[in-house]
Design a protein around this ligand. Structure first.
Ligand code: UFG
Length: 317
């Protein structure tokens, strides 16, 4: 089966490409490389360097495919607060074009990268898929809008779809072409920032007055390799006209200070930090209830926060 991987040069997308190829899938990639890296594209894939906002590029990339895994999109909470128009354009308009072109091409299988940011500040943790969705930032609002479009599309046009609501993805994969890891510029994610912290440029702790035990935000970290395993299981479980939503996390929460402690243990010296004001758009606590993915997909996350920190650290060398 040939799968179109949108965003296949980015951190999560390139990891998916590597794992899918190793399992015998054929791959096409559509990416404008705005966040990703063309050097991560393996030789044996069809690569269309183009935009989701260009119907011709999307139609070209869909040729010969039976399914789509849709990773492409803007994904930074802080940036989305500053540039909501960019997030609505790339994420929502781009996904609309993808859905239309899939319909024209007769492609009915879709796995979509949604986000825990769709829930906003949760009333209850761990968060179930049935929880209220009140995003606290434009990024989450765009992911929710796309989830809603996919639900409508599955009812109206028989699309078979799964939206996977990621909590905090971390870790790296050592492939035959070297480490596939976070290579964002600027890097905003906690684990790489903690591991790169120096006395001259210490990692900022965004908010120490949150309503949590140590005053810092709590997140649920899931290893990128476990995350991709869930995508493959979701793809294999799709049923016509049905749109399922699954949370993907570990089911456990770690505060920012607990992540710093895990990184300190891995790196072997005290990591310098500096207290900073809260970051706009951040909810205090996000922890997934992953029982739906466990029961319906038979998915079990296997790699813990220590593995995520160790793999990220190893990927720097
Ligand atoms: N943080 C810091 N210092 C940093 C970076 C982050 O204190 O230098 C804090 C943040 O304020 C937050 C936590 O660490 O409390 C995690 O922040 P990240 O930037 O690593 O991740 P986010 O929780 O903001 O967002 C990530 C993805 C989103 C996704 C979300 C879902 O980037 O796409 O997880 O939980 F929606």
């Amino acid at each position: 089966m040939r799968i179109l991987v949108t965003g296949g040069t980015g951190y999560v997308g390139s990891t998916a490409v590597d794992i899918l190829l190793s399992q015998g899938y054929e791959i096409s990639i559509l990416d404008d490389c705005s966040m990703g890296h063309a050097d991560s594209v393996p030789a044996d894939v069809t690569y269309v360097e183009g935009s989701l906002l260009n119907s011709n590029d999307v139609a070209e990339a869909l040729k010969g495919c039976e399914a789509v895994i849709h990773f492409a999109g803007k994904s930074l909470v802080g940036e989305s607060v500053e540039k909501p128009d960019l997030y609505h354009s790339v994420n929502v308009d781009g996904s609309r074009i993808l859905l239309d072109q899939m319909y024209i091409a007769g492609i009915t299988k879709l796995v979509f990268s949604s986000s825990a940011a769709t829930y906003g500040e949760p009333k209850e943790v761990p968060i179930k898929e049935s929880a209220e969705t009140v995003p606290t930032n434009p990024y989450g609002a765009t992911k929710l809008a796309i989830d809603q479009m996919i639900t409508e599309e599955s009812k109206a046009r028989g699309l078979s779809a799964a939206s996977l609501r990621y909590f905090n993805v971390a870790g790296a994969l050592k492939s035959s072409r070297g480490w596939l890891a976070e290579r964002h510029n600027p890097e905003t994610h906690l684990i790489p920032n903690v591991l790169r912290s120096t006395k001259e440029n210490p990692v900022k702790i965004f908010g120490t007055d949150w309503p949590t035990a140590d005053g810092t935000c709590i997140r649920d970290y899931v290893h990128v390799v476990d995350l991709i395993d869930a995508h493959i299981k979701a793809l294999q479980s799709l049923t016509p006209g049905n749109h399922e939503i699954y949370n993907l996390g570990s089911g456990d929460g770690y505060s920012v200070r607990q992540v710093v402690a895990a990184a300190t243990k891995a790196i072997g010296y005290e990591i310098p930090t500096v207290d900073a004001p809260r970051r706009a758009g951040d909810p205090a606590v996000l922890i997934a209830d992953i029982s739906k993915a466990q029961h319906k997909l038979g998915w079990v996350p296997t790699l813990d926060i220590e593995a995520m920190v160790a793999d990220t650290l190893a990927s720097f060398n």
